[in-house]
Design a binder for this molecule. Sequence first.
Ligand SMILES: Nc1ncnc2c1ncn2[C@@H]1O[C@H](COP(=O)(O)OP(=O)(O)OP(=O)(O)O)[C@@H](O)[C@H]1O
Ligand SMILES: [Mg+2]
Length: 672
Amino acid sequence: MKLNPKQDEAVKYISGPCLVLAGAGSGKTRVITNKIAYLVQKCEYQARNIAAVTFTNKAAKEMRERVLQTLGKQESKGLWVSTFHTLGLEIIKKELKTLGFKPGFSLFDDQDTNQLLADLTEDELKKDKDLLNLLKMQIGSWKNELILPEQAIREAREPQKALFAQLYARYQNQLRAYNALDFDDLIMIPTLLLSSNATSRERWQQRFRYLLVDEYQDTNTSQYQLVKLLVGERARFTVVGDDDQSIYSWRGARPQNLVLLSKDYPGLRLIKLEQNYRSAGRILKAANILIANNPHEFEKKLFSELGYGEQIKVIGCRDEEHESERVVAEIISHKFMKRTSYKDYAILYRGNHQARGFEKSLMSNRIPYKISGGMSFFSRSEIKDIMAYLRLLVNQDDDNAFLRIVNTPRREIGTVTLEKLGTLANEKHQSLFATCFDNDLGYRLKGRGFNALAGFARWVVELSDNAVRSDTLEAVKDLVRNINYEAYLYESSPSAKAAEMRMKNVSELYRWITDMLTGDADNPPMTLAEVVSKLTLRDMLERNEEEDEADAVQLLTLHASKGLEYPYVFMVGMEEGLLPHQVSIDEDNVDEERRLAYVGITRAQQELTLTYAKIRRQFGETSQTELSRFVQELPQDDLAFENKKAPNTQAERMEKGQARVANLRAMLKKPQ
Ligand SMILES: Nc1ncnc2c1ncn2[C@@H]1O[C@H](COP(=O)(O)OP(=O)(O)OP(=O)(O)O)[C@@H](O)[C@H]1O
Ligand SMILES: [Mg+2]
């Protein structure tokens, strides 16, 4: 693939650490993929000694595909391309013994964590959702800063922090007792291990002799340290990033890491790219002018030779319903005129809740669409149930999984029984599951409850033994049959149709599990424990980044759009309070929102459309909105305002919005 001289320099500089710092669409990711090929083909690196890391599964997948195109299957064998968290998981899996973990550990997702924190806290705190959330964030940020509970306790000054630190300690102990890890542990644990254990460190430094990191501006402290430990003294690495696209400060990302890097590695080669190959000139200019309102650590220039392009449309809509109708109408007419594909269009929004209206309009116009985020496959209750069963099969200490399914489907195990079980488990410091076999339980629980619990536990042991010792696949299939899950779904769903849908989801999950257990030419068969941890991680990372490449309009949040590009982009809800988000306005953090807007604008290749609703319903109230300051900051000559006064009455709306859609659909139906 073609490279410009600066990109070429970045690819060929391999004798020391290298940082590529450049704006959106300048080919940073291309440098990474080309460099991997260069290392293998020209520098005698084995693919298996190279690792490339990024932040989302979607980005990792794209990267892998791009490399595969250049290198082919054979030459890229063993190459490691993944997200940071998957890399962390791999290190933990290979270092289980050193870490003193039992095999078959569980990964706790957000809901599990919430549950556990609620269990750990006293009554008042338990009821205070905001405070619980604050606690979760605090624990997350301690972990991201590599601060262990002891240190947090030592350093806490205010009473609330001190309480949180105590709870952090209990939370960590409890996770250990469950043989479970949370999302942040996937980075913190390997980082602490590599910093304290020289043998492990050397092992991983030998394994990965060259490291590449995309979207480097989003690394937090623990990720920065992990990279540092992995590359060691040799410091053979290339990282690429853009400080203007740092949008994860709320997850501890530190764009200052870019500056820190030149301090930690005085020999660092800094390369800047200046040509944008993605966007039309006008879009790029708008993005540059917008981001110039932020303070800057590094000076960057960016130009495009792709022509100046169309004006940026700004469409004012009466309310959010009108907004989604208008966007869909635009897509239909545009597609008709330009003979494009649905997948050329992306609708980007600030929050997942904004998706619903667009989904509805797209659906009623029978336009295929793909939505990332929102209701994830894995957050559906039927999937959570089955996953909880599987988690329990591989790790019987997983109390959360146990609690989720002990009575789903109904087994006549009442709350009193469970409470008694819980009390005994606490007294004995053992898991709920282990307590089912405890002799003392027999004294405390008489009759039905005890029998039901003991029967359930014996059944799990038997199934788990079968899964490990004999045919895993059969055991997994037995599971659903055994618990009569289908009948349960029909019983508990609002309609037969809903039950059918839910059963379909279960079959889909089974299809994945079967594939993974059997393996294929490229992927060796996995154990059940591996399948379970892989699926849980996948869920946590991607929240419904589906694998199909269907021709569909793309709906995604601005955050999820990073690194991606689309010919035609709609940025919707350009209103004060939405973008910039009210929370950021209140916290005086509008700069981060501006970076988010910059990310959105720079996804567009050919045309960009901005929309806003003049009235929006939020939290059950309808209120007037104000046009986003970011629209005002754009070069006004490059904007084409439409409908500055939007139609007001229902009748007018029908006329202008839906009639238009109807016309277009009629046009589309005509034979050509
Ligand atoms: N030298 C080049 N010649 C032609 N096209 C290029 C060149 N370099 C990059 N491109 C194309 O430009 C587009 C943007 O490249 P890429 O995604 O690598 O940019 P990026 O800097 O990673 O952007 P972002 O900051 O959004 O992640 C891609 O479609 C890529 O194929
Ligand atoms: Mg990129």
